[in-house]
Design a protein around this ligand. Structure first.
Ligand SMILES: [Zn+2]
Length: 178
């Protein structure tokens, strides 16, 4: 599916819901709808278009690593805490400039959940699995679980892998079942 059609489709859904909301406000004088359980839900009539911008200068090595197929974390030389996703400051030791380490690929899945009710910005994806794996060095990693989902069970071996996320095509990391 082309990027444009996904965006268009999402925009159409948003436009439709705004139309419904406008109609509801005219009818009831209140922007209150019902959620799935029938509970009242107040909907803001002002639209907030939110696109995060996060400074990544201090962790740019992580993104460079992804391009090389490596998944990097940071480690505090003082207390030994490993941070993933990486951060350049240890809040316990109040130190900066942490050491960069490459994470091992091998891990075991310790929990997972299937996401079928997605946040709006994820609505163009098929249902997906989010899991937490404990890597062989003891670090826990949260990521989408992909691969042979017939093997999906707590305790199964997973591999931390770098792959592109479609349809956007940006590089990220996954927990892959073999
Ligand atoms: Zn520390």
């Amino acid at each position: 599916m082309a990027m444009m059609s996904i965006r268009d489709n999402l925009q159409k859904q948003i436009n439709d819901s705004i139309k419904q909301l406008d109609f509801l406000v005219k009818q009831t004088k209140m922007p209150i709808i019902q959620d799935k359980s029938g509970n009242p839900l107040w909907v803001d009539v002002r639209e907030l278009d939110l696109r995060y911008q996060i400074p990544v200068k201090k962790v740019q090595k992580f993104f460079n690593g992804l391009k090389d197929g490596k998944i990097l974390a940071t480690k505090c030389q003082k207390c030994g805490t490993v941070y993933f996703p990486p951060q350049d400051d240890c809040p316990y030791c109040k130190t900066s400039g942490l050491e960069w380490i490459e994470l091992p690929k091998e891990g075991k899945l310790i929990t997972y959940t299937k996401i079928s009710v997605k946040p709006p910005s994820f609505s163009h994806y098929q249902d997906y699995i989010v899991g937490i794996a404990k890597l062989s060095n003891g670090v826990n990693v949260t990521a989408w679980v992909i691969g042979n989902l017939e093997k999906l069970t707590v305790g199964v071996d997973v591999k931390l892998e770098v792959k592109e996320r479609e349809p956007e095509g940006y590089i990220t990391y996954y927990l892959e079942l073999e």
